[in-house]
Design a protein around this ligand. Structure first.
Ligand code: DP6
Length: 330
């Protein structure tokens, strides 16, 4: 009753920020993302009748802080399998140190794929994606590769809040350059931040009302492989989300000076030098530049030259979460 799975993080171009149901973890806004090909999370799950509690190790060390969320997600799979067996979970993030990439997305995606196989459930991708969403909203998208859409849905039970693949990585092979501007842990996590924005930002209603239109336009841009349209929509969604964050009380200001300098540099690269590149920023100070593979080395060099940029990483688009062979260590 053991299996190993691998998943990669994804980066939202149309952002999810806010929940319409906290218990089922249903998003208030639909989102659109790209799945990366690196870095990866590998997770081994083994159900063992002799265990009294779930045991979680992250990069070889026990991780009690994350255990409750992981156990709650595994409970959903245990219910379906009709078992109460506890599990040993060994997960490794092959992430450059605290690069500010969403490890919860790849983490919960790998967890549900491994647990499904270990329990012999054979659930389909959509169901696995829904289960991953219960762990972390963005994780629903890492079940799929390339360009992925996640609808907010309207139903109370969340059966229409579904992620679906929009376009394969190979069909529009973009690159992502990540400028790391701080290695410190963020002070306010996404879940807490979203709830604060929902309760206190005067812009929150406008944010949720405009999300479906942004998502529909971004889907069209992806289908048409229209880089300029996707660039405009992505930067708009990013800055609109940060306007909601910054107008929350107390404010959520995830940027530092280098974050702003990177955004300005990326705009100048596009508008003055004609480089096909745009930025997006999540609940942290790192800047993700999305560009063509040809432009990636020039974008990386331009961002690395900025004061305050501590590290620059590059990735291509990748596949969704998948099972690994027994021989492949987590
Ligand atoms: C800013 O998926 O981490 O990265 O559902 O509470 O786990 P929870 O939130 P999470 O939020 C991601 C927020 C974001 C935007 C995005 O990825 O869409």
């Amino acid at each position: 009753m053991a299996a190993i799975a691998q998943a990669q993080p994804n980066i939202a171009l149309v952002k999810y920020w806010g929940k319409r149901d906290a218990t089922l973890n249903l998003p208030a806004t639909g989102s659109l993302s790209i799945t990366l090909d690196a870095p990866w999370t590998r997770t081994r799950v083994e159900f063992d009748a002799s265990l009294r509690h779930d045991e979680l190790r992250l990069n070889g060390a026990e991780d009690p802080a994350a255990l409750a969320r992981v156990s709650a997600c595994l409970d959903l799979l245990r219910q379906r399998a009709g078992t109460a067996r506890r599990a040993r979970i060994d997960t490794r993030n092959h992430f450059p140190t605290a690069a500010g990439l969403a490890s919860s997305a790849s983490g919960f995606a790998a967890l549900v794929v491994a647990a499904d196989a270990a329990l012999g459930l054979g659930l389909d991708r959509r169901t696995l994606s829904m289960l991953a969403r219960r762990g972390s909203g963005s994780a629903a998208r890492s079940l799929f590769g390339g360009f992925v859409g996640l609808d907010a849905g309207e139903r109370d039970d969340g059966t229409d809040a579904i992620a679906q693949p929009l376009l394969d990585a190979a069909a529009w092979p973009l690159a992502v350059v990540i400028a790391v501007t701080s290695h410190r842990r963020k002070r306010v996590g996404s879940g807490v931040g979203m709830e604060r924005s929902r309760r206190t930002s005067p812009f929150y209603p406008a944010w949720t009302h405009s999300a479906a239109t942004d998502l529909a336009a971004a889907r069209r841009a992806v289908q048409a492989r229209d880089f300029a349209a996707l660039a405009e929509l992505s930067e708009h969604s990013c800055l609109k989300m940060h306007a909601v964050m910054q107008s929350s009380r107390p404010p959520l200001l995830y940027w530092n000076g280098a974050t702003v300098d990177c955004m300005q540099r990326i705009r100048a690269l596009r508008e003055d030098a004609g480089e096909p590149v745009f930025f997006t920023v999540d609940a942290g100070p790192q800047v993700k530049a999305v560009c063509t593979p040809e432009a990636a080395p020039r974008v990386a060099a331009a961002l690395a030259a900025l004061p305050g940029v501590e590290q620059v990483l590059s990735s291509r688009l990748g596949e969704g979460a998948r099972l690994l062979d027994d021989g492949e260590t987590p």
